[in-house]
Write a new protein. Structure first.
Ligand code: SAM
Length: 316
């Protein structure tokens, strides 16, 4: 008889019980309805946002209570799809809890907002981090950043945290978003380097003052004038533009060509050139439509003596 230890077959790995499993377990609805319970949700602090198929509408109170209980949320909203109007007001409905503010933590920053009246796009997280990293990695450069569609500080907060010895000007037209912007500048302790402005960016910009301009809104109507405004903001020694836009994948090349032509023309009016450009896809926005960012590095035209710092160092 051979002695020694026999190797035992490994017990099958136990899958960890997820909050979704718990929701399904606790749910008393008919099985065909249970199957439709959302497996994913957005979470901003104590607020949960769900997308519900229409078959669940008549059970939504119960569904809201269930998600609140399992996820420990005090407000559950149903996302009816999209955002409304110039101020990008979300289309949501309360299915559980009292109206309350969200305190969302991301990248060591706090975003406070009213989730019923103010949008937050979790899909833009990489772009918010990108802005922080860009400024962080830029050495001693004292950036002056203009955030033209500041909202509650989506980009102004990461920029404000990393801007060293420079400043961020945050322009927002909606008084409610502006109210939260100011609160967020205070909560994140960056009021000493941020200048919030309540107003229309087409009226308040100061030409020739920016190292970095962020245009984080999809301007469709009047985009040509908007590009002109964005370019006019840059300092004579040039700078960087982050320009957000929407496009269908198959129309991207054409759209980019049109944008770049416009940027080149407007920059040339200020003796600047498109020295480099690149385009990033941020997220899927709608069926076949994507959210992109065009990054334009502008430098003085050849023959012009570059004044100020050398922007090339950014793109090493
Ligand atoms: C909600 S943000 C867009 C998304 C955001 N960049 C993100 O990352 O999630 C757009 C903001 O621009 C503001 N806005 C729209 N038109 C404006 C204008 N002409 N001047 C200043 N702010 C404007 C809206 O009120 C809104 O708060």
């Amino acid at each position: 008889m051979s002695g020694g230890w026999k190797s035992c077959p490994k017990p099958p790995k136990k899958r960890r019980r997820t909050p979704y499993d718990e929701i399904v377990e606790l749910c008393n609805l008919p099985p065909e309805i249970k199957e439709l319970l959302p497996r994913r949700w957005e979470r901003y602090g104590d607020v949960v946002i769900l997308k519900l198929p229409k078959e669940l509408t008549s059970y939504e109170r119960e569904v809201g209570r269930l998600y609140a209980e399992v996820l420990g949320a005090n407000l559950v909203l149903v996302d009816e799809g999209g955002v409304r109007g110039l101020t990008r007001c979300p289309v949501v409905r309360v299915i559980y809890g009292e109206e309350s503010e969200a305190f969302h933590k991301e990248n060591r920053l706090i975003y406070n907002f009213d989730p019923i009246r103010i949008m937050f796009s979790s899909g833009n997280i990489d772009e918010r981090i990108y802005v922080a990293e860009l400024l962080k990695g830029s050495g001693d450069r004292r950036w002056v950043v203009w955030d033209l569609f500041a909202g509650i500080g989506y980009f102004s907060l990461p920029a404000g945290r990393e801007v060293k010895g420079g400043a961020v000007v945050s322009v927002e037209i909606n008084p409610l978003a502006y109210y939260y912007l100011i609160k967020n500048l205070v909560f994140n302790e960056i009021t000493d380097r941020t200048i919030p402005v309540l107003g229309d960016n087409s009226k308040v910009i100061v030409p020739g003052t920016a190292d970095l301009t962020i245009s984080g809104y999809f301007v469709e109507e009047g985009w040509e004038e908007h590009v002109a405004r964005v370019c006019s903001l840059l300092k004579p020694e040039g700078g960087l533009i982050l320009y957000h836009f929407l496009a269908k994948k198959k129309e991207l090349e054409l759209r980019l060509a049109m944008l770049l032509k416009r940027f080149s023309r407007e920059l040339l009016n200020r003796n600047l050139d498109v020295a480099e450009h690149r385009c990033r896809r941020v997220k899927s926005y709608a069926p076949l439509v994507y959210h992109y960012v065009l990054e334009v590095l502008a430098r003085p035209t050849k023959g012009q003596k570059p004044s100020g710092e050398d922007w090339a160092s950014l793109y090493k």
